[in-house]
Design a protein around this ligand. Sequence first.
Ligand SMILES: NC(=O)c1ccc[n+]([C@@H]2O[C@H](COP(=O)([O-])OP(=O)(O)OC[C@H]3O[C@@H](n4cnc5c(N)ncnc54)[C@H](O)[C@@H]3O)[C@@H](O)[C@H]2O)c1
Length: 253
Amino acid sequence: MSDKNKVAIITGGARGIGYGIATCLANKGCDIVIADMNEEAAKVSAAAIAKETGVGALGITCDVTRHAQIDAMIEQTLKHFGQIDILVNNAGICPFVNIMEMDEAVFTKTLDINLTGAFLCTQRVARKMISREKGGRIIFITSLSVNVTGAEQGDYAASKAGMHMLMKSFAIALGPHAITCNAVVPGMILTDMTRHHWEKPEPAKFIKGRVPVGRIGTPLDIGNAVAMLCSDESSYINGVGLIVDGGHQTVCV
Ligand SMILES: NC(=O)c1ccc[n+]([C@@H]2O[C@H](COP(=O)([O-])OP(=O)(O)OC[C@H]3O[C@@H](n4cnc5c(N)ncnc54)[C@H](O)[C@@H]3O)[C@@H](O)[C@H]2O)c1
């Protein structure tokens, strides 16, 4: 599998799963754009990846809910690298508020970032891929919440289930242009978004009992799955969700 000479944009790539994805794609030889609303972290993370892997890496400020920032990020990418081969829609939030106590503003914000942000980035990047006529790969980072949820994940689950169908719609629209769209569906992954929960003794014990491989996932577990779906060998995989959860969702009791 060679990804040399490819250029990948990872939204929300400054830390956590996005940083793991950026690292894995860089290890395959891709040049990397970390598009994150946290400007300082985006630049620091891009510099670290460039130093570690030797690829070209840019950190660009981009809030995926802001049209002008997305357009500017795409233009900067094209100016610097000349092409876009891969987009990973990873930027996301999970506020963990009970659905009965949730303000509309919280609900809307989650939908805006997780779902509408992926729509805006995909449509804009896909237009560039279509006009280049070299195909492409677009990955949506969803969640097991596309199928199961909790009282504190109503907004999040709605956004991720929406993302799943958004991915399928783009897969149909872009397939004729050799642009594939797929989702990577992470299980429980240790990042700053989830650390407060999984590092407590009881949840840590739960993971051991509940996840067949006996450990929590890492950002690199997700990054490796993304790299596989972005490879040349995956050109006939389109419109699917690849669950990467150590077998968690297969356990019924
Ligand atoms: N951690 C898990 O267990 C888990 C499980 C399933 C799915 N996911 C999904 O994986 C993705 C990454 O999660 P994570 O755990 O690494 O989270 P994280 O909070 O550690 O990192 C999220 C990154 O996204 C950036 N971001 C947030 N809002 C943004 C915006 N509007 N525009 C651009 N960047 C923005 C943040 O600055 C941060 O760098 C999310 O979509 C999340 O829903 C995570």
